[in-house]
Design a protein around this ligand. Sequence first.
Ligand SMILES: O=C(O)CCC(=O)C(=O)O
Length: 285
Amino acid sequence: MKALTPLQKRAYAASGYLVLPSFISFAWLDRLEVAMQRFIDQSRALTQSTPAILLGPGHRPDDPRLRRIPQTGALDPDFAEFGLNGPIVDVAEDLLGPNLRLHHSKLNFKWSGGGEEIKWHQDIQFWPHSNYSLLTIGVYLRDVDEAMGPMGIYSGSHQQGLSSLRDQQGNWTGALSNAELSNLDPSSIGLCNGPRGTITVHNCRAVHGSPTNRSPRMRPLLLHTYAAADAVPLTNLMDGIPFANRLVRGQERPPIYDPEPCPMPPDFRSTGYTSIFASQGKAKV
Ligand SMILES: O=C(O)CCC(=O)C(=O)O
């Protein structure tokens, strides 16, 4: 084990998630804060989203409101270094094994005073792979309390079924239906808040979401998804993105195919994929 205790590994296996308070060093956090500020400063010249910077509702050059930086690693050397060699890679290795790929990275903002809800969903249907050995590690770049839209995760939900993330007519919604949610126990929701540098780790099948940020403080959550090298992508979502689907530890491995089929997303080749916000009907981006 490189970063976790055996107890933490067992807790992850049972609940499908971990929260490790103050896991990231101040040296790294300061570097990531500066990198984040570079994007916020760039956004002051924008009146509409670009492929690199997705703006949130109400953005103004003199009052920036960002929604997401997709593919942080492809866009910034400090973010790239963090995703390839930062301390979270040891956490991924402890949970997924020595042969590891970075699938993608992104920085999700929930801006102060109304940063948007992300509805309950599972991740793997957005980017199906040949098996389910994938997880996402989130880093809170600022202190995050309960009022700031922290992530919530249904403990144990990774061991239950996979939603199609579609409505009754078969339209992609990117979210569980109310009927599916009624089968989950709300008392099992773990809220993932914590001081700056806290990390969250969630299994690609875990049901998770986050409420609106109604506080006066913005909530930046840097997210990296890692895959065991034997989990190969079944869609072309990340094709051509420099920093995606990159081996970060060990060696390439032949694919292993899990017998449980994964519900597929729409073919984003025709519509283009921008973000879960767009998938869940919140954004015209
Ligand atoms: O930003 C958040 O609170 C949650 C992010 C998330 O669930 C996702 O991007 O899949």
